[in-house]
Design a protein around this ligand. Structure first.
Ligand code: NAD
Length: 560
């Protein structure tokens, strides 16, 4: 209606699409789902060994330098390799994105949204295959890999639906005689830098948000999950993205990543990753380089040191399961993962005993096996870092449990629990990003909240309690971006749980939330005076009024 009434805005036909709904998870209790996953794993393994080039405009160059992608459960098994881009190729990718920008920004928002829907449809078709690839490339258990696929599908469809709204200019506060419309225009050329731990969902989420709002993108995925990224690129092209709108630049973060961050023609950066890298990018974004036309925007999502409080009246059956999954799901390699469990003194011994018992039942093995609870950590560097923290923890606190990792070449670290951890201990303060849990004892809820808030991060947090007053208090006082009560503290779902933190966890943007797309646009207002004053000049020959060119005929012209 707004379109028809104003006539002079977007002339495209609005695409009809169904209301957004979350993608359901695959039900692996069904025989046919398990068989489909087994078939997909076999098919992926049979396809190992491919070389993946860069994608720059309509070219697919290589550099002669390669990054091997290996199975962390069996590092001698090579999945494939991607090209390590050179700086010249990074420059070419920026130029390709710049060249494609005018055409893409002029593409109606509905058409851009339709391409995202097509990407979601392709992901749905290839769901088992892509999930199987994640099992191999980053060591996700089946359910975790499938969850990443569902989230990626949700990001595409949710941002498409949001853009259909955002793409329509909105009237501002109305007064007679004035037509004033606010619209959103793209920022320009964006750089997406993604982590490996949600190899499709986070990469695709940041990328499609930037694309659907009319920006062109250079995509720099994490080295560890480059093949998933190459598959996403391939899928995006098949969905109908014109050449240059999205460019794939695999390579080393500290090399081409840094070069791109500082590039004057990059208008914004969407980053998700560690605090160390995020802070560097945040700072670099604040510098204005030679030839830079506008202020660089940085969307920055970083790490966490997430706490869960177990109140003395908590339902311990629920709390043990929730804590276990939050701490050890995907080997503790989620930014939302539980790493500080704060238990009230009154239930501490009982809870800890049950937690240790439950943890001892977890199976650590190669995630190809459906019964896997804990798989390998992502690479050798992560393995060595986590092992170092286990040694540090042994000097700082009591080792309450250390699981058994399978022998062999895989990067397996079994779940480890430290008890009576002092709040000042390094294992209670630093992001370990592995299956290592610090348990702290608090004398009451006041102390528990103080412990929970005593961190530089503010990402996720939670409480198990049956006391309405305590629940209300924690809702008010816990300083985290996503607070969960009586449930796990991981597993945010697009649109239901917009996700992201503040303090050293991020800049306050919420992926999967209604205002996320606003990070990728500039608001712009066009105001037209439609109260035309005075008479139009009279044409001597015929006596007709020469009406003001732009205005049409009688409406809103008080002089006539
Ligand atoms: P990372 O910071 O090591 O790498 C992230 C990306 O940055 C990679 O693509 C990497 O190549 C690139 N990079 C590295 N150095 C760079 C540089 N100097 N300039 C430009 N780019 C550079 O993080 P990671 O190991 O891939 O991911 C794990 C981290 O991500 C954890 O800290 C985790 O908490 C965080 N994370 C946060 C969220 C969130 O939503 N807040 C989500 C997932 C992961």
């Amino acid at each position: 209606l707004a379109d028809g009434a104003n006539g002079d805005h977007d002339h495209s036909e609005p695409t009809m699409s169904k209301p957004f709904a979350n993608e359901p998870p695959v039900d692996f209790t069904l025989d046919q789902s398990r068989q489909a996953m087994r078939d997909a794993l076999a098919a992926e393994r049979a396809a190992f060994g491919k070389d993946w080039p860069l994608v720059i405009g309509s070219e697919t160059p290589t550099s002669g330098q390669w990054i091997d992608s290996v199975n962390p459960a069996k590092p001698s098994e090579k999945i494939g390799r991607v090209t390590a881009a050179t700086k010249e190729q990074a420059e070419a990718a920026v130029q390709a994105a710049l060249a494609a920008a005018p055409g893409w920004r002029a593409t109606p928002a509905d058409k851009r949204a339709a391409i995202l829907d097509k990407m979601a449809a392709l992901m749905r078709e290839e769901r088992y295959r892509l999930a199987a690839l994640e099992v191999f490339e980053v060591g996700k258990a089946w359910v975790e890999a499938d969850g990443d696929l569902a989230e990626a599908i949700d990001f595409c469809e949710f941002y498409a639906a949001e853009m259909r709204q955002l793409g329509r200019p909105q009237a501002t506060f109305a007064v007679p005689g004035e037509n004033s419309m606010q619209e959103y225009i793209p920022r320009g050329v964006g750089l997406v830098i993604a982590p490996w731990n949600f190899p499709l969902a986070i990469l695709a989420g940041m990328t499609v948000a930037a694309l659907v709002t009319g920006n062109t993108v250079v995509m720099k995925p994490a080295e560890q999950s480059s093949i998933v990224a190459a598959r996403f690129m391939d899928l995006a092209r098949r969905a109908g993205l014109p050449p240059g709108v999205l460019n794939l630049l695999t390579g080393h973060g500290e090399d081409v990543g840094e070069f791109l961050v500082n590039h004057p023609k990059i208008d914004f950066i969407a980053f998700t990753g560690s605090k160390e890298v995020g802070l560097k990018i945040w700072e670099a974004g604040g510098r204005t380089g030679k030839g830079q036309a506008q202020l660089k925007k940085v969307v920055c999502e970083m790490g966490g040191k997430n706490a869960l409080i177990i109140d003395e009246d908590a339902d311990l059956d629920e709390a043990v399961v929730g804590a276990l999954y939050s701490a050890f799901g995907y080997q503790g390699q989620k930014c939302s993962a539980l790493s500080r469990l704060i238990v009230l003194e009154a239930c501490y011994d009982k809870f800890l005993a049950r937690l240790v018992e439950a943890t001892s039942n977890l199976t650590t093995q190669a995630p190809e096996e459906p019964a896997t609870n804990v798989g390998p950590v992502v690479d050798k560097e992560a393995y060595e870092r986590i092992k170092r923290y286990v040694e540090i923890g042994k000097g700082e606190a009591r080792l309450a449990f250390e699981g058994k990792a399978p022998e062999g070449e895989g990067y397996f670290v079994a779940p480890t629990i430290f008890a009576e951890v002092p709040p000042t201990a390094r294992v209670a303060r630093e992001e370990i990003f592995g299956p290592v849990l610090a348990v702290l004892k608090a004398k009451d809820l006041t102390e528990a909240i103080a412990f929970a808030n005593d961190t530089e991060f503010a990402l996720t947090g939670g409480l198990y309690s049956r006391s309405p007053a305590n629940i209300e208090r924690v809702k008010r006082e816990l300083t985290v971006g996503n607070l969960y009560i009586n449930r796990t503290i991981t597993g945010a779902i697009v649109a239901r749980h917009p996700f992201g933190g503040f303090k050293m966890s991020g800049g306050g943007t919420k992926a999967g939330g209604r205002d996320y797309l606003l990070n990728f646009v500039f608001p712009r207002v066009v105001t037209e005076n439609v109260l035309r004053r005075g008479f139009a000049p009279v044409d001597d020959s015929g006596g007709d009024h020469k009406l003001a060119q732009a205005g049409g005929t009688s409406g809103g012209m008080p002089g006539l």
